[in-house]
Each structure stands twice: as structure tokens, then as C-alpha cells.
Design a protein around this ligand. Structure first.
Ligand code: ADE
Length: 226
């Protein structure tokens, strides 16, 4: 998979993609993440990328021309499955959308800043608008990093244990069960006996019961039980 991220502050995401699972995924050749600076596509000696909003009001708007140039240069090179704009008024991100995006080949993630991008960018280029939650960030970069992380960890071969993404919270509209590791006893507190029993069927049953109980207590809405 290839992910191109378009932003006025791509450096914000440099170190994020240079570490951890994301680095392992790119070292293994499973994903390529390319960061693009909208300013590289600006004209004039100030390389301006934003301007005041027509009609007035506080806050700057990212201009259509530099973004159009950047997107067109990418779109001329290969076919993209989606051009995704990260914005608080987009569709709220959930695991189902992440699962389906993880099957795509080429994605563009466009980050807004200030008051956002000129509406014509959205009308002309954007195929999907995603919000990572009902709050406003100062730019779309953290949202793009969140989305890319959620997608990349699902690509086969990225996680060491192939099954571990399948047992995540939300994968069956259920939260994950509690997990324990060594030591089997810490300051007098043990771990559930069944997990030490080696009895796979019982362990599976216990995990399912715990998942259901967790979901019922913390997120009854996922079970339609609000
Ligand atoms: N840009 C600013 N706030 C955002 C949010 N909540 N989700 C996605 N992009 C954003």
C-alpha cells in the first residue's frame, strides 16, 4: 500500500512514521508513506498557501491552487482509491471504515489547517471526508497520523501475530477482554485461573464472556442496549 499525505506542516508527522510498527511496515516493504509540503506547490516569492476568507470572519483558508497542483501531480502518476480529507465535519472514523481502507492500494490523505481548505478543493478532488472525533484539532496532521496508523497495522504481515488485529476491540463490535502476562502473581494479586489452565476452549469461552461483560458495562451502545 502507498499513502501520500499532503499538508502545510508535513514535518509534524516525520518522527511518527519513522518509528515503531510504521517503521517496521515500511522496512518490510509493506507500506510506503510519502509526505508532501503544499508550500512546495505555491507560487510567488512568499510561497503563500493561505488567504483571508471571502465574506470576512476570523481565520485563514488554505488556497485551492497550491493544493490542486500538488494533488494533480500525484493523480497524474498513479490511480488513487480515495482522496481523503481529514476534517471535523467528516464521517466519524470507526473500525469498519479502517478495515475497508486497509484493503486499498493507493490513498491520499489531505490535512487542513486554520479554517480548513477552500471548498473547491473538496468539491473537485476529495472522495471521502473523515473526522477522528467530535473535537477540533489545530490541523488535520494528527488525524491523518491516527488514520494511517489504524490502517497500516491491519495490513497482513505488519503485526507479528497475524491474529492479533482480529482480536482487537471493535473488531466484532465488542471490546477486547482483559489481558495478563508474567508474573502470575503480583503483590498478592493473581490472574484468572482459566488462563493458566492450558484449556483452549475454556479460555476462548472466558474471553468471549469478558468481552461481552466489558462491552455491556463500558459501551452498551455497541450492543444496541443503550
Ligand atoms: N482536523 C481538525 N479537527 C479534526 C478532527 N476532529 N478530525 C479530523 N480532522 C480534523
Amino acid at each position: 500500500m502507498r499513502i501520500d499525505i499532503v499538508s502545510v506542516v508535513p514535518r509534524l508527522m516525520d518522527s511518527f512514521f519513522a518509528h515503531s510498527i510504521l517503521k517496521r511496515a515500511s522496512d518490510k516493504g509493506l507500506v510506503e508513506v510519502h509526505l508532501h509540503d503544499i508550500r512546495d506547490y505555491a507560487s510567488g516569492k512568499n510561497r503563500q498557501v493561505d488567504d483571508y476568507a471571502f465574506g470576512g470572519g476570523a481565520g485563514m483558508v488554505l488556497q485551492v491552487e497550491p493544493i490542486a497542483r500538488c494533488l494533480r501531480s500525484l493523480l497524474a502518476e498513479r490511480a488513487y482509491d480515495e482522496v481523503i480529507y481529514l476534517t471535523p465535519d467528516g464521517e466519524r472514523l470507526a473500525q469498519k471504515a479502517v478495515n475497508s481502507l486497509s484493503l486499498k492500494k493507493n490513498l491520499i490523505l489531505l490535512c487542513g489547517h486554520y479554517k480548513g481548505v477552500d471548498q473547491r478543493v473538496r468539491d473537485l478532488f476529495v472522495t471521502k471526508e473523515i473526522s477522528i472525533g467530535d473535537y477540533v484539532l489545530s490541523g488535520g496532521e494528527l488525524a491523518a497520523a491516527v488514520l494511517a496508523d489504524a490502517i497500516i497495522r491491519l495490513i497482513p504481515g505488519v503485526l507479528n501475530d497475524e491474529t492479533s488485529a482480529l482480536t482487537d476491540s471493535f473488531q466484532d463490535d465488542l471490546l477486547a477482554p482483559p489481558v495478563y502476562t508474567r508474573p502470575a502473581e503480583f503483590e498478592g494479586v493473581g490472574v484468572p485461573e482459566v488462563l493458566l489452565s492450558g484449556h483452549e476452549a475454556n479460555i476462548e469461552k472466558w474471553r468471549m464472556q469478558q468481552s461481552l461483560a466489558n462491552t455491556r458495562t463500558k459501551r452498551p451502545d455497541l450492543l444496541g442496549e443503550e
